[in-house]
Design a protein around this ligand. Structure first.
Ligand code: GLC
Length: 679
């Protein structure tokens, strides 16, 4: 990366200015010719920046997070201009600091486009209210409460609410357990271990123009080759952010959210190609560069990496999803919802959604991505529809559904989000889930089925069931497999995706419970001596050679290939707390606590049992430190933890049932005969 490809955010301080990179004639990634709305053109004219044609420009702004018009309309439902599809038009009379990049009018064409995708899909639950084709759908809790049986989908909304209430009781039970647990605890002193972790976390903080904006990935002064570990990674910052938020420190998180939002506008190119505008960078670095034309003056600039420098040049699909998830968490934990209501922030959400919801060749609601587009950012055979991305996508959609301001301009997008949630949830529950029963079913699959009512829709050959799985899966356990493609199921257990399936309620209550049952039963394989394995089992021999491309970093039981990543601890804690099993999380946190500091907070561990510090593991890895602290604080604050996970949303379920029933019953034969969807 060069400083020429950097963006700086200006402040009042002379040393910190905006270094804008845009190409003529486009400004911040959009070309004026791509939109026609005169209002926006007018605004650009008024802002006086549109004529500028320099490769770099500086812009002086307010000392706060700047570059956007910080106009917050207290009326959540009324921020955009009605009668316009734009939904982006801002009140320029209140402009404080105008950064041309913040207009992002490309979105002008987004909403109608997305809306059109769903034009033919009813978004209304009521429209299917009289459909009785899905009688006898069983909704059963997995938490030892009496099974609920719905004889049919009622037309009456109150009936649905009855179910929701009963199901909610189940989760409230969980919450009560957690409360009891915390009430019995006398708030203890912060241990020496935590004090050390806090110090290290604070040492990892990166400032920009004097303000904290994130944490570096690793902060080991002895490391002579930090590569890009001295950058702020979006995904790595999430546990840091939660630690700060749970500790009552919101500023760094707010700064991070707003600065990364600005980076989203960055015009990025890989060779001659520009990826979508909503893409969030994998990471960014604060650089100090000479001020143009001066040898003495310097300024700080933010330099993002969208994958153009990353090993393998992979697009960080998860970054935008994590950004949305963190934005919601910020609101929940600080009570400050004005941030998510800001016009620029709303636009940022929409741009990310646009990238995710745009039509492609997809036949399924799951997101199609390249290998290495998430935490596993090297080739590991997870291209296609990897679980991790689907679970984060589902979570981000649920967050967006809560945060998007509904008005005329956004209602079709909101409907699209709801439809996708319903379809994705059905798809994952139905096709990714395996347990003893399902594996037995696959074992007896007929193949080469042609027709819409095939049972073996993906034409999976039973011989694909790996031998390790047959003995491994526990009687009461189950999990979402890593990937589903034509004639291919990736049966590996991927931890992050399964944990987020629990946290976001992508799985049913029973499925979520079964995942934890499996982890408990297979503790030595999944948690072992250092929580938790990134995936199980490792690829070995020929498989390793072909699938990883002979990657020496991803040798069996190392790094992404079955290595143990302590950062997964906080997500495990959250999932356990949601399911009323804080004891499991506590056990894992205790065992990690015995080694992390002694081992100098490694990034990952190697070997089947997670006994050795990873071959190429960084030390003083920030998300290891922050993940540990966050786990501790979540366990102590069950109520706060509960604001970070979701319960089943029955409206989404009903929406899906309605969509399925609208299609011909024959097409949903699996569903009609035996569905896991609601069980
Ligand atoms: C490695 C990990 C990635 C992480 C980065 C920074 O590349 O695979 O998930 O974000 O390091 O810690």
């Amino acid at each position: 990366m060069t400083s020429g490809s950097a963006i700086g955010i200006s402040t009042m301080r002379p040393c910190c200015r905006i270094l804008c990179n845009y190409k003529s004639p486009s400004i911040f990634g959009f070309s004026p010719t791509k939109f026609s709305d005169s209002a926006i053109m007018g605004m650009l004219t008024r802002s006086g920046h549109h004529k500028s044609n320099h490769r770099h420009r500086y812009n002086t702004c307010d000392s706060q997070i700047v570059g956007y018009i910080n106009m917050i309309n207290p009326n959540r439902r009324d921020f955009s201009v009605s009668g316009s599809n734009l939904g982006l038009v801002r009140d320029f009379s209140t402009s404080v600091c105008v950064n041309i990049g913040s207009f992002r009018p490309r979105v002008a064409s987004l909403i109608p486009h997305v809306a059109s995708d769903f034009r033919n899909h009813s978004t209304s639950v009521d429209s299917h209210a009289h459909d009785t084709s899905f009688e006898k759908i069983y909704i059963q809790s997995g938490l030892n409460v009496k099974p609920l049986v719905i004889e049919k989908i009622e037309t009456d909304q109150s009936k649905l609410e009855e179910v929701s209430e009963e199901e909610c009781d189940v989760s409230n039970d969980n919450l009560d357990n957690l409360k009891d647990l915390s009430e019995n605890k006398v708030r203890r002193e912060v241990s020496e271990l935590e004090k050390e972790a806090w110090k290290l976390l604070r040492d990892a903080v990166v400032t920009y123009c004097g303000n904290p904006v994130g944490t570096v990935a690793a902060n080991d002064s002895a490391d002579k080759q930090p590569l890009n570990y001295d950058q702020v990674f979006i995904r790595d910052f999430v546990p840091s952010a939660l630690a700060f938020l749970l500790n009552g420190e919101g500023e760094i998180v707010k700064n991070f959210l707003l600065h990364t939002l600005q980076l989203q506008s960055w015009e990025k190119t890989v060779d001659c190609y520009s990826p979508g505008q909503g893409l969030m960078p994998a990471s960014f670095k604060v650089r100090t560069v000479p001020l143009d034309g001066s040898n003495e003056a310097f300024e700080e600039v933010l330099d993002p990496d969208f994958g153009e420098s990353a090993i393998g040049r992979v697009a960080p699909v998860d970054s935008g999803l994590w950004w949305i998830i963190l934005l919601r968490a910020y609101g929940k934990l600080t009570g400050d919802y004005t941030l998510q209501d800001r016009v620029d922030v709303q636009t940022g959400i929409r741009l990310i959604l646009k990238l995710c919801l745009t039509d492609g060749f997809d036949m399924f609601p799951s997101l199609l991505v390249t290998d290495g587009s998430c935490m596993i950012d090297r080739r590991m055979g997870i291209h296609g529809h990897p679980l991790e991305i689907q679970a984060l996508f589902y979570s981000a959609l649920r967050c967006s559904r809560e945060m998007l301001i509904v008005n005329d301009a956004t209602k079709s997008l909101v409907a699209a989000v709801s439809n996708r949630l319903s379809a994705l949830c059905f798809h994952m529950r139905e096709y990714y889930w395996v347990d003893m029963k399902k594996i037995n079913e696959i074992y007896r699959y007929k193949t080469e089925e042609y027709s819409t009512d095939a049972v073996n829709k993906f034409n999976i050959y039973p011989e694909q069931i790996p031998s390790w799985l047959v003995d491994w899966i526990s009687e009461d356990g189950g999990y979402f497999i890593g990937n589903v493609q034509p004639a291919h199921m990736d049966f590996r257990f991927f931890t992050l995706g399964n944990l987020w399936a629990i946290v976001s309620s992508l799985g049913t209550t029973r499925q979520n419970q079964s995942i934890l049952n499996l982890i408990e039963a297979k503790w030595d394989d999944i948690v072992a001596q250092m929580p938790l394995k990134i995936c199980y089992p490792a690829l070995e021999g020929e498989e390793w050679r072909i699938i990883t491309g002979c990657d020496p970093k991803n040798t069996p039981w190392s790094y992404h290939n079955g290595g143990s990543w302590p950062t997964l601890l906080w997500q495990f804690t959250l999932a356990c707390m949601k399911m009323g099993r804080p004891d499991l999380a506590q056990k894992a946190v205790d065992s990690a606590g015995k080694r992390l500091s002694v081992d100098r907070w490694p990034e990952y561990y190697d070997t089947r049992n997670g006994r050795f510090i990873g071959k190429q593991s960084r030390l003083m890895q920030t998300w290891t430190i922050a993940g540990f602290l966050t786990s501790k604080m979540l366990l102590e604050n069950p109520e706060k933890a509960s604001s970070l996970f979701w319960e089943e949303d029955f409206e989404l379920l009903q929406n899906c049932v309605c969509m399925l029933s609208k299609a011909s019953r024959r097409k949903c034969s699996r569903f009609a005969s035996r569905s896991q969807f609601l069980v």
